[in-house]
Design a protein around this ligand. Structure first.
Ligand code: ARG
Length: 564
C-alpha cells in the first residue's frame, strides 16, 4: 500500500487535480506530532480565490476518511493527515518480512541495459587507493541498478595500452631484470616505473625512446608485444587478488588494447564526416565552437590516444550492448577528457551521445597527503586492505576475544569499513583515510551498521525467532517503532534516488539512519522480556531491520556478519 498515493486519491476527489500531481506536492510535516502527510493549499488559492487556511478548512470537511487514516486536520495552510499507526506499521513491515532481501526490488529497468565502466586501473602501474573509489562506487552503482531491474554490464576498461608501456619497456631494459620481475612482480614494475620518471626529469631522450617503443607495439613488433603481455599478466593477477578481497566482479575485461584493431575504422569515419583536421602534425577534432580544447585523435608520431580508444569503445559498446546509458567512473580530473570526446560522438551524429555519463569523484588521501604513482608515494590497495583487516582484528581481540571465526569477521568488518568510508560522503568530496575514524564502532561507520545488524541477529537467535506476519501491529504504535518503519518505508525511494543521481551515499546514509533508529527502538523497548504478543510484534521490527540492513549493505558491496 502506497500511503502517499492513497491519500492523493482521497484528495483528488475533492480538488481538481491529478493524483500524481497531488502525490508530488504532498509533504512530510517537520515533526511527527503534526501528522504523517501534509497537503499544502497555497496553489489552490488562485483557483478558489480564497485564503489557503480557509481552503484547508473546507477540504477537511469534504474529505471522506478511510480506515487507515486516524485524523485529518488543518494546520495553517495545510491539510494534515494522521495515519492509523497500526495499519501503517503493518503495511510497511509485512512486505519486508515476506520479501526479505528482495524488498525494494523494482521493474523500472526491465528490458534496459546499463553499461558501467569502473575500476579500470592501468596495467603496469600499481592498483592504488585512487582506483579503490572507482571500483567501490562503480560496484555499488551496478548493484543499485540491478535492484531496479536493469541489465547491468560491468566493464573493466583496463589501461593496458599506451605510452606508459613504452616507458616501462625502456625502464626494464635499463634498470630491470627478468629475475626481479619474476620474484617481485608488480612492485618491481612499480620500482622501475618510478625510476623512469626520476631519470626522465633530467634526460628527455628517455621519453622519446619510450614513445618509439610504444609505436613499435602498435606496429606489432614481437619483442615489444611479448614484454607487454608479460607485464599485463603480472598486473592482472594482482588486480584479481584485490577484486576478490573486495568481492567485486566484472562482466568484461575489454581494456584499451581490445580496441587496437578497431580504431582505424573509427578514424576513417571521423575523416569521412569531415571532423578530422591537422594541427601541428597531429590529427584533432576541433572543439572551438564548444569552447573546449581540441580532442586529440592521432599524435604527431602516429600514435593513438586515450580519447581515440574511448571513442572506439563507446561505438563498440553501443553496437554490442545497445545500452540505455553508459556510465564512466573516474576521478574528477578527467572531466575535460570526457566532455571532449562525448562532444566528438555528438558531432559524429550519434544522438545517443546524451546517454554517455561521466560520474566523477574526489580524490583519496592518506593523512600524509595526495597519492601519486609517479612519485612512488603510493599505497597499494592490497596492503591497505590487509591493514584494515589487522586493525580490525586488534579491536576484536580487545572487545570480543572469544568470537568464533575471528579472521573471517575481521575481513568482513575491515574491508567493509574501507568501502563504507568511501561511500559515506557525496562522491565528489575527497576521502581521507583514517583508521581511527572508519573503524569507530560508535560513529557513522560500516562497523556501526554491521554491529547493529549483528545485534538484531543475536536478539532473533535468542528468541528462537520464526518468520511471522500474523502479529498484533497495534503493539508497535510507539514513536520509536513508527520511526523505524518510516525509514524502512523510504528505503526503496532512496535506492531510486541513489540510482538517478549515481550517488550510493544516499543509500549509505539511509542505512545509518535505520541503524540509529533501530538502536533507539532497542533501547526504548524491552524485547525479550515483554509479554508474548508484544515480543512477537517487536521481533517483527527486529527482523525487518536485519533484512533491510543486510540487503542494503550487500548493495554497497559489504558483508553482514551475524556475530561481531
Ligand atoms: N585507466 C584510467 C585511469 O586509471 C581510467 C579509465 C576510465 N575509463 C574510460 N573508459 N576512460 O585513469
Amino acid at each position: 500500500m502506497d500511503f502517499k498515493l492513497e491519500i492523493a486519491g482521497i484528495l483528488a476527489k475533492c480538488v481538481d487535480m491529478e493524483i500524481e500531481e497531488i502525490a508530488n506536492i504532498l509533504e512530510v510535516p517537520p515533526s511527527a506530532d503534526m501528522g504523517d502527510y501534509a497537503f499544502p493549499c497555497f496553489r489552490l488559492a488562485k483557483v478558489f480565490r480564497k485564503a489557503p487556511p480557509l481552503i484547508a478548512a473546507e477540504l477537511v470537511e469534504k474529505i471522506e476518511k478511510p480506515d487507515f487514516i486516524k485524523e485529518v486536520k488543518v494546520v495553517g495552510a495545510y491539510v494534515n493527515f494522521f495515519t492509523e499507526k497500526s495499519v501503517y506499521v503493518k503495511e510497511v513491515l509485512v512486505p519486508v518480512i515476506e520479501k526479505g532481501a528482495e524488498y525494494g526490488n523494482d521493474t523500472v529497468g526491465n528490458g534496459k541495459t546499463i553499461v558501467i565502466d569502473y575500476s579500470s586501473p592501468n596495467i603496469a602501474k600499481p592498483f592504488h587507493v585512487g582506483h579503490l573509489r572507482s571500483t567501490v562506487i562503480g560496484n555499488a552503482i551496478y548493484n543499485i541498478y540491478q535492484k531496479l531491474g536493469y541489465d547491468c554490464v560491468g566493464v573493466n576498461h583496463l589501461g593496458d595500452w599506451g605510452t606508459q608501456f613504452g616507458k616501462l619497456i625502456v625502464a626494464y631494459k635499463n634498470w630491470g631484470s627478468e629475475e626481479a620481475v619474476k620474484t617481485e612482480g608488480i612492485s618491481e614494475l612499480m620500482r622501475i616505473y618510478v625510476k623512469f620518471h626520476d631519470e626522465a626529469e633530467n634526460n628527455h631522450s628517455l621519453d622519446d625512446e619510450a614513445r618509439a617503443w610504444f609505436v613499435k607495439m602498435q606496429e606489432g613488433d614481437e619483442e615489444a608485444l611479448t614484454l607487454w603481455k608479460w607485464f599485463y599478466d603480472i598486473s592482472i593477477q594482482e588486480f584479481e587478488r584485490v577484486y576478490k578481497m573486495l568481492g567485486v566482479k566484472f562482466d568484461s575485461y575489454a581494456g584499451e588494447s581490445f580496441y587496437n584493431d578497431k580504431m582505424d575504422a573509427v578514424v576513417q569515419e571521423l575523416k569521412d564526416k569531415n571532423l578530422l583536421v591537422e594541427s601541428q602534425g597531429a590529427m584533432i577534432v576541433d572543439l572551438t565552437e564548444e569552447n573546449m580544447a581540441p580532442c586529440l585523435i592521432i599524435r604527431k608520431d602516429g600514435g593513438t590516444l586515450y580519447a581515440t580508444r574511448d571513442i572506439t569503445a563507446a561505438l563498440y559498446r553501443k553496437n554490442t550492448y545497445d545500452f540505455d546509458k553508459c556510465i564512466y567512473l573516474t576521478a574528477l580530473d578527467q572531466n575535460l577528457h570526457f566532455a571532449q570526446w562525448f562532444k566528438v560522438i555528438e558531432k559524429m551524429g550519434y544522438d545517443w551521445s546524451k546517454d554517455l555519463v561521466h560520474v566523477p569523484f574526489g580524490l583519496v588521501s592518506l593523512e600524509s597527503g595526495k597519492l601519486s604513482t609517479r612519485k612512488g608515494n603510493v599505497v597499494l590497495m592490497e596492503n591497505l586492505l590487509n591493514e584494515a583487516i589487522s586493525e580490525t582484528l586488534k579491536i576484536i581481540n580487545d572487545k570480543n576475544p572469544d568470537l568464533p571465526d575471528k579472521e573471517t569477521v575481521a575481513k568482513q568488518v575491515g574491508i567493509g569499513a574501507v568501502i563504507f568510508n568511501d561511500l559515506y560522503n557525496n562522491r565528489i568530496k575527497d576521502v581521507v583515510f583514517s583508521w581511527s575514524r572508519m573503524l569507530n564502532f560508535d560513529g557513522e561507520t560500516g562497523p556501526y551498521v554491521q554491529y547493529t545488524h549483528a545485534r538484531a541477529c543475536s536478539v532473533l537467535k535468542k528468541a528462537g525467532y520464526e518468520k511471522a506476519t500474523d502479529v498484533d501491529f497495534g503493539m508497535l504504535t510507539d514513536a520509536a517503532s513508527v520511526e523505524v518503519c518510516k525509514l524502512i518505508e523510504k528505503y526503496p525511494a532512496k535506492i531510486a534516488d541513489a540510482a538517478a543521481k549515481f550517488e550510493p551515499s544516499i543509500l549509505t546514509r539511509h542505512l545509518v539512519d535505520i541503524a540509529q533508529a533501530f538502536n533507539k527502538f532497542y533501547h526504548d523497548n524491552a524485547i525479550l522480556t515483554s509479554d508474548e504478543e508484544t515480543k512477537k510484534a517487536r521481533l517483527a521490527v527486529v527482523y525487518a531491520v536485519k533484512e533491510v540492513i543486510s540487503a542494503g549493505l550487500a548493495i554497497l558491496g559489504i558483508n553482514s556478519p551475524e556475530q561481531m
